[in-house]
Design a protein around this ligand. Structure first.
Ligand code: 4NP
Length: 156
């Protein structure tokens, strides 16, 4: 099983959106037995909480379910356990790198690294911008590319 972890600050807006969108793409590709997706936040404020209403609403409008998803904080063991660790912005990436070994650091990427044609390098935080549609658009494109990248690299 290939394990993919999406990481943001709160684990209620961006990373659960990426987790749900990516899982949906994996299922549509018939790869749910090969690729596992999860998400976590660097912060601890929203442990056990469901995704933000904005994330739930935008995903619902795209036919993507968020039932049962709850926030959790990233832990040191995640860096060993997951094969691809995808940060939403530079600050999340920096926080992950702070406690990663050299081998673990090699697994860390930013989602928009996979979307070089975008002017943005960081997924804007909709907790502050309120723009969940913009985030969905970036997450959808980034996840699509990420899945292509993983399929090629892992021969799937
Ligand atoms: P997220 O957004 O990192 O995309 O989940 C945030 C959610 C909550 C907070 C910050 C960002 N907060 O400060 O509570």
């Amino acid at each position: 099983m290939i394990r993919v972890l999406f990481v943001c600050l709160g684990n209620i807006c961006r990373s659960p959106m990426a987790e749900a969108v990516f899982r949906n793409m994996v299922a549509n590709a018939g790869l749910e037995n090969k690729i596992f997706a999860d998400s976590a936040g660097t912060g601890s404020w929203h442990i056990g909480k469901p995704p933000h209403e904005g994330t739930r609403n935008v995903l619902k409008s795209k036919g993507i379910d968020t039932a049962g998803m709850t926030g959790r904080q990233v832990k040191k063991q995640d860096l060993a356990h997951f094969d691809y660790i995808i940060a939403m912005d530079a600050s999340n990436e920096e926080n992950l790198r702070r406690f990663a070994s050299e081998n673990e650091a090699g697994k860390i990427r930013r989602l928009l690294d996979f979307l070089p044609e975008s002017d943005l390098r960081d997924v804007p935080d909709p907790y502050y911008t309120g723009n969940f549609e913009e985030v969905y658009d970036l997450v959808e494109k980034g996840c699509r590319r990420l899945l292509e990248y993983i399929r090629e690299r892992e021969n799937l």
